[in-house]
Every structure is written in structure tokens, then in C-alpha cells.
Design a protein around this ligand. Structure first.
Ligand code: FNR
Length: 346
């Protein structure tokens, strides 16, 4: 794997080792990929206005999120099919996350059973797609809780599947033989097909919150009115996300959507952001504009593809070390010292 590399270099390394069809599945977005590129562009537009002579003292990035205290406000986003990126799949991801002291959100579409992922000792959240069969959904949630996951993350931006041009071009519609969504097995051990449900409403969020003892976050909020509704329906956290540009092409970038969501939530629950976070400086910008933590998707997949658990650990440490370094350079000791005054669009 060589020396520590940034996210862009890691992407090139992953492209070099992956089947091009699988690389395009992981890297690609919906439609013309405007939202995919827009997420990164929104960070690239921002510049920092640092403070100086803010006194000595170490940087402390300790962050409390639902069910977990973290050494840094960086969470691994749920992404499907890690066995496409590396033969050891989600077990390698979780091993790297544990070594970095981080938190992994296990996808409903993971290619490894949540119990096996939990056996690595990594701190976990579990991402859910509500299935029309509510009893089955509740059983999946209960299974995640029994495995030791500390919170549920309900993805709400997928009433229909995104249209991915790269996958259509490759006719990539099925997982390679032997890979299945291991967490969609029912009581008989049969793997159910994932259903995206266009009929979901806020009542379903309240229902899920009532069926589980775990904290519940919703992922995929962009509109401030929805952020307010989420809080009213009792959620414990909100993830500002456009699914890494894989659902609605043309959706606003997450960084541009963040300030209005933060204003609507008004500190009542933690707000996370994902999409386009590629460096510690990007993480700092998101925190300065009001996020309590960031999630990262593709950079972790590139680390996994390049170097298994070590590659995942390196990707996460690149982000958290970069964040601590940038904190020192803007004159901040704790995330709470950061504010929108530190960020400008020249
Ligand atoms: C995703 N994402 C995703 N989200 C989710 O809630 N459930 C899932 O199963 C998946 N699967 C998935 C697969 C792949 C290959 C990617 C790239 C993404 C979306 C993910 O959680 C997150 O929102 C984005 O990846 C964040 O953007 P970045 O960091 O990849 O730019």
C-alpha cells in the first residue's frame, strides 16, 4: 500500500485494482452526476478565515453521538457490498474502523452478517431501509440491536431506486455468485429481495422509533422543513445527505443544504453531514457550518480496495489527523470553537 495518501490518490489506487464494472458501481452517481460532483465542488468553493493567537492547549475532538462517544467527529457512512471492494469485505472494514477508534454504519445491503461484523469489536450503527413487511423490518432491527449496534440509521431518500448510467452501460444488475445481502435473511434463512418502498411517511418513522430501544437517526434530509418534522417525530439525529449523489441527480449539495437544516434543528438533536468529505479541512468546514459530525462513504471504500483493514484505518486517520491539524491552524481547540465566521466563499 505505500505511504499515507490523500483521498484522490486513494481513488486512483482503487481504480487500478478493481474490476472496472465494480469501480463504476462504487464511484458512480445518478443521472449526469451533477449532484455527485456538486458535493465535492461545494467544499472546493469554500475558503477558511483562520483566527490567530488563540492560546495554547491540545485539540480535543471528543464527540458524543447517539449511543456512542467518539475520539473524533468522523463516522463511516453505510455503503453496500464491501465484498466487491475487497474479498474480506465488511470484516476488513470493521477491523480498520476499530483500529482507528471509529464507528461503522453497517448497510442493510452489507455482504456480511452483522454478527460477524460485530465480532471484530468495532463500534457499529445499523442502516435500515424500511421494508413493506413491517414484522420483517422489526426483526432486522432487533437482530442489529442483539448484535450490539448502538443506533439505527433509517435512510429516507430512496422511495425509488436511483438511475445509475454507469451501471446501465455495464449491464451491472446482479451481484457476483456467492454474494448476497446477508442481513436480509428471514427466520428460515432465506435472503429476501430489498424493496424500496414509495409509500413511506413520517408515521413509519415514529413506528420504527417505537419498536426499538435503540436511538434512531434519519439519513437523507436536505429540506429544513423535513428536519423540523424529523425532530417532531422523535428522531435522535439527522444526517444531511443526498446519498452521495446516487439518488436525485440535481439535488442540492449537502454542504449548501446544511446551514438551513442546522437552523431548523436549533440544537435539539445532532446533525451529521455526508457527501464529498475528502479531507480533514472538508470535515472542519462542515463542522464550522454547524454539523456535529461528518460521514464518509467512498474514501473508506477506496482504502478498503487498496489495502483491506489497513487501508480503511489509513483513510480514517488521514481524515481525523487532518482535521486536528486544520483545527490548530484555524485557532480552535474543540469543535465547539468553530463557527461560520471561519468560512467564506470568495
Ligand atoms: C452508498 N450509500 C448508501 N446509503 C445508505 O443509506 N445505504 C446503502 O446501502 C448505501 N449504499 C451505498 C453504496 C455505495 C457504493 C455508495 C458510494 C454510497 C450512500 C452513503 O451512505 C453516503 O451517503 C455517501 O456515500 C456519502 O458520500 P461520499 O462520502 O461517498 O461522497
Amino acid at each position: 500500500m505505500g505511504p499515507s495518501v490523500g483521498a484522490r490518490e486513494a481513488e486512483r489506487g482503487a481504480r487500478a485494482v478493481l474490476d472496472p464494472v465494480h469501480f463504476d458501481y462504487l464511484a458512480g452517481g445518478a443521472g449526469d452526476e451533477r449532484t455527485l460532483t456538486g458535493n465535492e465542488d461545494a467544499f472546493a468553493r469554500r475558503r477558511l478565515v483562520p483566527r490567530v493567537l488563540r492560546g495554547p492547549g491540545p485539540v480535543d475532538l471528543t464527540t458524543d453521538l447517539p449511543g456512542v462517544r467518539l475520539a473524533a467527529p468522523v463516522v463511516v457512512a453505510p455503503t453496500a457490498f464491501h465484498r466487491l471492494a475487497h474479498r474480506a469485505g465488511e470484516v476488513a472494514t470493521a477491523t480498520g474502523v476499530r483500529a482507528a477508534g471509529g464507528l461503522l454504519t453497517v448497510s442493510t445491503m452489507a455482504t456480511t452478517a452483522v454478527e460477524e461484523i460485530a465480532a471484530t469489536g468495532a463500534a457499529l450503527w445499523f442502516q435500515l431501509y424500511l421494508q413493506p413487511d413491517r414484522a420483517f423490518t422489526a426483526a432486522v432491527a432487533a437482530r442489529a440491536a442483539a448484535a450490539g449496534c448502538r443506533a439505527l440509521v433509517l435512510t429516507v431518500d430512496s422511495p425509488v431506486r436511483g438511475r445509475h448510467a454507469r451501471d446501465a452501460r455495464h449491464r451491472f444488475t446482479e451481484l457476483p455468485a456467492g454474494l448476497v445481502c446477508e442481513n436480509l435473511r428471514d427466520a428460515d434463512g432465506r435472503v429476501r429481495d430489498l424493496v424500496v418502498d414509495p409509500d413511506l411517511g413520517w408515521d413509519d418513522v415514529a413506528w420504527l422509533g417505537g419498536t426499538t430501544s435503540l436511538p434512531l437517526l434519519v439519513k437523507g434530509v436536505l429540506h429544513p422543513a423535513d428536519a423540523g418534522l424529523a425532530v417532531e417525530h422523535g428522531v435522535d439525529g439527522i444526517v444531511v445527505s443526498n446519498h452521495g449523489g446516487r439518488q436525485l441527480d440535481g439535488a442540492v449539495s449537502t454542504l449548501d443544504a446544511l446551514p438551513a437544516v442546522v437552523a431548523a434543528v436549533a440544537g435539539r438533536v445532532p446533525v451529521l453531514l455526508d457527501g464529498g468529505v475528502r479531507s480533514g479541512t472538508d470535515a472542519l468546514v462542515a463542522l464550522a457550518l454547524g454539523a456535529d459530525a461528518v460521514m464518509v462513504g467512498r474514501p473508506v471504500l477506496w482504502g478498503l480496495a487498496r489495502g483491506g483493514a489497513d487501508g480503511v484505518q489509513e483513510a480514517l486517520e488521514d481524515l481525523t489527523d487532518g482535521l486536528a491539524h486544520a483545527m490548530a491552524l484555524v485557532g480552535a481547540h474543540r469543535p465547539g470553537d468553530l463557527g461560520p465566521d471561519l468560512v467564506t466563499i470568495p
